[in-house]
Write a new protein. Structure first.
Length: 128
């Protein structure tokens, strides 16, 4: 099971906070500072979950949606202005879930552990 998370955000401080939150449940975090950096890291390694800012300097979460589908990763979107309408759109288009910012440790751990578990279950079902 690959439970690692690729966090796509230009904010290094958020990546550090996220890594601390997920360290409690042994989920490693790799940081990508841009869409271009994320694509490069997705080509080089496998991640159970990609957690991305909704808006990036060089693209947005929709740019990562198809890439994560092909890689078998679950996509979780994060945004400070997340509302029910945006959450519903993200889910309907294929994202696994959404996390509001600022991050709350309990919610982050619950959503990312669930996404990681779902990704693993989906891969197992595909093999059987």
């Amino acid at each position: 099971m690959d439970s690692s998370v690729l966090f796509v955000s230009p904010r290094v401080q958020d990546a550090s906070s996220l890594a601390e939150m997920l360290d409690e449940i042994s989920i490693p975090v790799v940081h990508a500072s841009s869409l271009k950096d994320a694509v490069s890291k997705l080509r080089a390694a496998t991640f159970g979950v990609v957690l991305t800012e909704a808006k990036l300097d060089d693209g947005n979460w929709l740019d990562l949606l198809e890439i994560t589908r092909r890689s078998g990763s679950e996509l979780v979107v994060t945004d400070a202005w997340a509302d029910a309408q945006f959450w519903a759109m993200a889910i309907n288009l294929g994202a696994y879930d959404m996390l509001a910012q600022p991050f709350r440790g309990t919610e982050v751990r619950r959503v990312l552990a669930s996404a990681s578990s779902h990704q693993t279950s989906a891969k197992t079902a595909a093999v059987v």
